[in-house]
Ligand binder design. Structure first.
Ligand code: DOR
Ligand code: ZN
Length: 434
């Protein structure tokens, strides 16, 4: 295995050092290192961060390989600086058995660009009526710890309680898509003055907040871990703050698009901006940024949701919700959180690597651990970012098989230059190695 000598990098944006990667681990970090025979990587001016970990990626395989595959999504992830992604369960067939999660896990290994960590469905077929075989998925080769019906809410409170009881015994977590379905029938965008004016059915903030409030009470009662997917409203942040203060084991994620974009994007009726939960108001965006900065929101997760052309380039009401985001996630967080002074690079590493890995229970896997610090002896998972770069997003240039990027034509800071997974480059000079 090749030894890499990374010259002139700034771990966490701090002092300039050299980093040696050998036999899958960080062998040493220091000044003016020289390693005979090593491959030298020039990282002058680049910020080094631990490999990013996504808690929420839709890879669409099996079932919608026309929109994305484990291979194409893995490449997009590596180019975005990720070394692990959790693959959501709303595939076809649904990832609700040990067989399907093992299939996804194996496809991830074959692609070999990031650790693909399957999420298991909470209920059979995401139908919300009968618990899936959570224990068998946890015990499978895929080692599932995160369970989610994402795309759908586990709306039945008794079933949600039962799911929390099961995951508690498995050291797992229920990742809830918080949406009270009785309040969002036919919903198209955030409910407010703008939805009324545009003539689109509204998705009220209360539909999200009511489920989060209910679920933190249930999680507290059961003593189980709850994770809230894609938090989108100021009220949700308030409820999470209250629940954490009360000692509930709750964690939460926010997407890059909810940190940057608002419901104003719906003005042109371009379905690329249709997403679930919907883009909210500027006040919500500010509250989400503040919640991520103070740690009330633990993690950034992409909710990368690739869709085929025919499912997006149609009338707003007919379009599927969702947007791609793996390749721009880091840039959007740099734009909204680092350049605004809300987070430093260490804070970004915490929210995009350390905490998501801990939520997914990936931090204790020895050589296969993720979210570990940049330190000698740790697995060599890292990303090198050019913080001075600014570029305009061209969807045609993305590695994802789908084109539904809400950032098309937008200028964003930061560029992933190199990514390493266990000491092997998955991205070199901005290009995927496989
Ligand atoms: O916008 C969304 N798209 N939200 C979800 O919850 C599911 C996702 C998808 O699978 O397309
Ligand atoms: Zn969701």
């Amino acid at each position: 295995m090749t030894t890499y000598l990374i010259k002139g990098a700034r771990p966490y944006g701090e002092d300039t050092v050299d980093i040696v990667l050998r036999d899958s681990i960080i062998a040493s970090i220091g000044e003016d290192l020289s390693v005979p025979g090593a491959e030298v990587v020039d990282a002058t001016g680049l910020v080094a961060l631990p490999g990013l970990v996504d808690l929420h990626t839709h890879l669409r395989e099996p079932g919608r390989e026309d929109a994305e595959t484990v291979q194409t999504g893995s490449r997009a992830a590596a180019l975005g600086g990720f070394t692990a992604v959790h693959a959501m369960a709303n595939t076809d067939p649904v990832a609700d058995t040990a067989g399907v999660v093992e299939q996804v896990w194996r496809l991830g290994q074959e692609a070999g660009l990031v650790d693909v960590v399957p999420v298991g469905a909470v209920t059979v077929g995401l139908a919300g009526t009968q618990l899936a075989e959570l224990g068998a998925m946890a015990d499978s080769a895929a080692r599932v710890r995160v369970f989610s019906d994402d795309g759908h809410c586990v709306a039945d409170p008794a079933l949600m309680r039962r799911a929390l009881e099961y995951v508690k015994a498995l050291d797992g977590v229920v990742a809830q898509h918080a949406e009270e379905p009785r309040l969002t029938a036919g919903a198209q965008m955030h409910e407010g003055d703008r939805s009324a004016r545009l003539g689109l059915t509204g998705w009220p903030a209360a539909a999200e907040e009511a489920i989060i409030a209910r679920d933190v009470l249930l999680a507290g009662h059961v003593g189980a871990r709850l994770h809230v997917c894609h938090v989108s409203t100021a009220g949700s942040v308030d409820i999470l703050r209250w629940a954490k203060f009360r000692g509930v084991q709750v964690t939460a994620e926010v997407t890059p698009h909810h940190l940057l974009l608002t419901d104003e994007c719906a003005e042109g009726y371009d379905p690329v901006f249709k997403v679930n939960p919907p883009l909210r108001t500027d006040a919500d965006v500010q509250a989400l940024r503040a919640g991520l900065a103070d740690g009330t929101i633990d993690a950034v997760a992409t909710d990368h949701a690739p869709h085929a052309m025919e499912d997006k380039e149609c009338e707003w009401a007919m379009a599927r919700p969702g947007m791609i985001g793996l390749e721009q996630a880091l840039s959007v967080v740099v734009d909204t959180m680092v350049e605004t002074g809300l987070l430093d690079w260490r804070g970004l590493a915490d929210r995009m690597s350390v905490r998501p890995a801990a939520i997914g229970r990936l931090e204790g896997l020895g050589l296969h651990a993720q979210g570990r610090p940049l330190a000698p002896g740790e697995p060599a998972n890292l990303v090198l970012v050019d913080p001075a770069f600014r570029g305009t997003v061209d969807p045609a240039a993305l590695a994802s098989r789908s084109r539904n990027s809400p950032y098309a034509g937008r200028e964003l800071p930061g560029r992933v230059v190199h990514t390493f997974l266990r000491g092997a480059p998955t991205v070199l000079d901005g290009k995927a190695t496989r």
